[in-house]
Design a binder for this molecule. Structure first.
Ligand SMILES: NC(=O)c1ccc[n+]([C@@H]2O[C@H](COP(=O)([O-])OP(=O)(O)OC[C@H]3O[C@@H](n4cnc5c(N)ncnc54)[C@H](O)[C@@H]3O)[C@@H](O)[C@H]2O)c1
Length: 385
């Protein structure tokens, strides 16, 4: 679509992005939402962050960040200048031109996707919806969510998406703890319900982030994120199984990986470990396999990788038990120090961390376990895997 075919209100929003007059809202100020809010405020937008957690809001209003990727020294001046404000009330989004939804998408105990956070955030937004306004979903979810869940909710107000409102999905790719690739310089995929929706969302993020990659639909954008995370889950599963196979054959898996890593093309290095952690890699592929079950397709790579990866903490404990046995010692009554509790280096995030499973399994077997992690002052008791 050429710009002269754009609805006038879409062009208005795009112009406001280009002149940086945009009032942007971010719902959910966690690992994803806070860096995005800061990137938009740094671009010159006025940003209002909304979160349901009062403790987080109080810290943020003091200019204190709880997200490692956002230094307080970067946050505080934006708060002092009034570029970045925080509220628990959706009513304060009444003046927003655009709202990005960055709420959690966990799994239910049954392993099914839990979209209740997205749904409650969307419904809470309805009273302040107005034309023109852009709504962009960032939370990782299965393909079809934006069109099947958000679109009917938004259009239930009588406003028409693509004409009055602009709805898009844009997956966040942030890798917490990483400093070379951040929210700002990692290319951002954007897919709208209509071409105008894509253009508005691309203009919004195009001023705040270094590059935007427009795609043809919300489904393509949703599936892109799931391909990226499934790629990681499957390759980690493969290299974990390679470790199991090498152990059976008496081969040093690390030497094999190092040697394979010297191939300049066609190979990408992954390393084995005690399992998967974080809010993304262990969970997101299961959103995809769940969706595929509804069309009677069994996502075999995802299921197999998940099976191998979730078995790793038990394998690690078995290896510890064998090593102790060789020294004539039992796990029961032995004392262990586990180094590292977060799911990866340089972050405080213990969600789904396999270290907690290893600690829980060792304790189950009667071991006394202490841990040290400079980023994790305390951990909740875990009952094993
Ligand atoms: N953490 C990552 O590395 C990462 C990377 C890419 C994508 N994602 C995806 O982004 C989404 C958010 O992940 P996260 O890690 O930032 O989660 P998070 O738990 O760190 O942050 C979510 C925030 O949303 C708030 N919240 C929950 N319900 C709310 C509501 N109804 N209204 C307002 N605020 C609400 C919570 O208080 C919390 O502060 C998820 O879908 C996740 O899969 C995460």
């Amino acid at each position: 679509m050429h710009n002269d075919e754009l609805p006038q209100v879409a062009q208005q929003l795009i112009d406001r992005c280009l002149s940086r007059e945009i009032q942007a809202g971010v719902i959910g100020l966690g690992y994803v939402g806070l860096p995005l809010a800061v990137a938009m405020a740094r671009a010159g937008y006025h940003v209002l962050g909304v979160d349901s957690d009062q403790g987080k809001l109080e810290a943020l209003r003091r200019g204190q960040s709880y997200v490692g990727d956002v230094p307080s020294e970067e946050l505080a001046p934006l708060v002092q200048q009034g570029r970045l404000r925080f509220s628990a009330s959706y009513a304060d989004l009444a003046g927003a031109d655009a709202v990005s939804i960055c709420v959690p998408t966990p799994l239910r105990k049954t392993g099914d996707p839990d979209l209740s956070f997205i749904l409650s955030a969307t419904r809470a937004l309805l009273p302040v919806l107005h034309s023109p306004m852009a709504v962009i979903l960032e939370s990782t979810t299965y393909p079809g969510t934006t069109r099947e869940m958000l679109l009917p909710e938004l259009e239930g107000t009588g406003l028409k998406v693509g004409e009055d409102l602009f709805l898009a999905f844009s997956p966040e790719r942030v890798d917490p703890g990483r400093t070379d690739w951040t929210t700002r310089n990692t290319p951002k995929v954007v897919g709208g319900i209509t071409p105008a929706c894509t253009q508005v969302a691309a203009a919004l993020y195009g001023q705040a982030l270094e590059s935007v990659v427009p795609v043809s639909s919300t489904e393509v954008a949703e599936m892109t994120k799931l391909l990226e995370n499934t790629f990681r889950a499957v390759n980690i599963g493969l290299v974990n199984e390679m470790a199991l196979m090498c152990e059976r054959l008496g081969i040093n898996v690390w030497e094999v990986i190092e040697a394979a890593g010297t191939k300049p093309f066609g190979f990408m290095k992954f390393t084995p470990g005690p399992g998967l952690g974080g809010h993304c890699i262990p969970i997101d592929p299961l959103y995809l396999s769940w969706k595929l079950k509804s069309v009677k397709y069994n996502a075999r790579f995802i299921e197999l990788a998940s099976e191998i990866n979730t078995g790793m903490p038990r394998y690690v404990v078995q290896r510890i038990q064998d090593a102790m046995n060789e020294r004539g010692k039992a796990l029961r009554g032995s004392r262990f120090l586990v180094l590292g509790a977060a799911f990866k280096p340089n972050v405080s995030d213990t969600r789904e961390s396999p270290a907690l499973d290893v600690i829980g399994l060792l304790r189950e077997k009667g071991a006394e376990v202490a841990y040290f992690d400079a980023h994790v002052p305390s951990i909740e008791e875990e009952g094993g895997d």
